[in-house]
Design a protein around this ligand. Structure first.
Ligand code: GLN
Length: 199
């Protein structure tokens, strides 16, 4: 069966996400068709969704204006997997602690935008992630930290004692950018394993 993966493509590192999910599928021998979600009507046909990094203010405003926000909520309510990275996680959170972000409230966490300080705007870390048997090469770019973890969310990884990866039901959110490395294990964990279990 071919999996249809939708990359929410209103702003941010869309091309990297498209390439990464194609690479992840290829490494697993799984056929993937990628759709870019720019308007309403595309997400409902997707088995999995990816929410890229970028600017959470712009992304959240645009998905609400275009009617994509409700379709993402319906996708999650149907138990279909979502991988949300960096700004994507901020948009999916319960509370972005910033009035300019219209959160989707899908991941039971509060986040702090740009939490890792100016001199550390970008950094890499070898991250222990629950469910992976060796460290994941994580790239952080003006990354948010997860401040408060509600009862529905499970912490999957931490940096400097701050959570940077969580799962809440069908959604995995990361402060870092798994789409920027060749390592497909986060895609597998977040998207392909749940879809295979469901098939
Ligand atoms: N700093 C951005 C924000 O708060 C997120 C950065 C990113 O997605 N790489 O929206």
């Amino acid at each position: 069966m071919t999996i249809t993966a939708g990359v929410v493509a209103v702003q941010g590192d869309v091309a990297e996400h498209v390439a990464a999910v194609e690479r992840a599928g290829a490494s697993l021998g799984q056929e993937v068709r990628v759709e870019e979600v720019r308007t309403a009507g595309v997400a409902p046909d997707c088995d999995a969704l990816l929410m890229p990094g970028g600017e959470s203010t712009t992304i959240s405003r645009t998905i609400h204006r275009e009617g994509i926000a409700d379709e993402i909520r319906e996708h999650a309510a149907a138990g279909k997997p979502i991988l949300a990275t960096c700004a994507g996680l901020i948009v999916c959170s319960r509370d972005a602690r910033d009035d300019r972000v219209e959160e989707l409230g899908l991941v039971d966490v509060a986040v702090e935008r740009n939490a890792f300080g100016r001199q550390k705007d970008s950094f890499e870390a070898a991250l222990d992630v629950t469910g992976l048997d060796s460290p994941f090469p994580a790239v952080f770019i003006r990354a948010p930290a997860i401040d408060e973890v509600g009862a529905d969310a499970e912490v999957l990884a931490t940096v400097q004692d701050r959570p940077v990866a969580v799962r809440d039901g069908p959604i995995v959110g990361t402060s870092f950018h798994p789409e920027l490395t060749d390592d497909s294990r986060i895609h597998d964990l977040a998207l392909f394993e749940p879809l295979a279990a469901d098939a």
